[in-house]
Design a protein around this ligand. Sequence first.
Ligand code: IPE
Ligand code: IPE
Ligand code: MG
Length: 233
Amino acid sequence: MRDLQHVAIIMDGNGRWAKERGLNRLRGHYAGVESLIEIVRTSSDLGIKYLTVYAFSTENWKRPLEEISGLFKLLISFVARELENLVQNNVKVGILGERSVLPEDVNRSIDKALESTKNCTGLSFNIALNYGGRAEILRAAKKFAAQCAQGEADAENFSENDFSKLMYTADIPDPDLIIRTGGERRLSNFLTWQSAYSELYVTDIYWPDFSPEEYEKALDDYRQRDRRFGGIK
Ligand code: IPE
Ligand code: IPE
Ligand code: MG
C-alpha cells in the first residue's frame, strides 16, 4: 500500500472483553487470536509490507502466573495451527523482544516459525514478545558501548540511523501507523524509539471485536492525515 509500509498494533482489551461476558480473562485472549489471524490475512491481502503486533510486554510479567502461562500456551498453539497458512500466504514471521528468558517450549515454537518462513517474501509479520521499548534502547546502548570499547564504533560519527540498526527492528522501517484497541491513550512501552513520527489511532473497540472492517476504518483515517515531520506544506 502506497505511503503505508508498516502498521503496528497494540492488541488491548482482551481481559475487559472477557469480563463483560462473565468469562475468564484467558477466554478473551483466545478470542483475540481469532482477530489476529484475520488482521494478518487482511494486511497480507492489502499488500501491507510490515505488520507488528504487541503480544507480551516486559511489564506483563506482573500478571498472575496462570495468565502468563496461558498466553505462552496460546502462542504455541497459534504457531501449531497457523504456520502452514502463513507459509502458504508467503508471510515471514519475526520476533521483537528478549527471548533468552522465555520458556523453552515457547522458544522451540518460535524457532520453528522463523525457520519455516525465513524465505517468505510477502508480509513481514513481527510479534513483539517480552518486548519493552526502554529495554530495547538500553540493550542498543550497551551494544554500542561494547562496540566503542572494541574500537568498532566511533561515538563522534554515530548517527540516528546507525543506532536504529542496533534495535530489534534493524531491518524494519519505523511504523507509519500505530493502532491501539481497548481505548487507552498511551503507548505502554511499545516501539519507543521507532514511534517518534508514527500516526496514532485509538479505538474503544476491544481487540477480540477488532474486525477487518474496523481495520479498514483505521487505515482510512490514516489516509486523511497530513504527515509533516516537522516541516511545512
Ligand atoms: C491485551 O489485553 C493483551 C495482553 C496484554 C497480552 P489485556 O489482557 O491487557 O486486556 P485488558 O486491557 O485487561 O482488557
Ligand atoms: C499493552 O497492554 C501490552 C500488550 C498489548 C501486549 P497492557 O494492557 O499491558 O498495557 P497497560 O497496562 O494498560 O498500559
Ligand atoms: Mg490491557
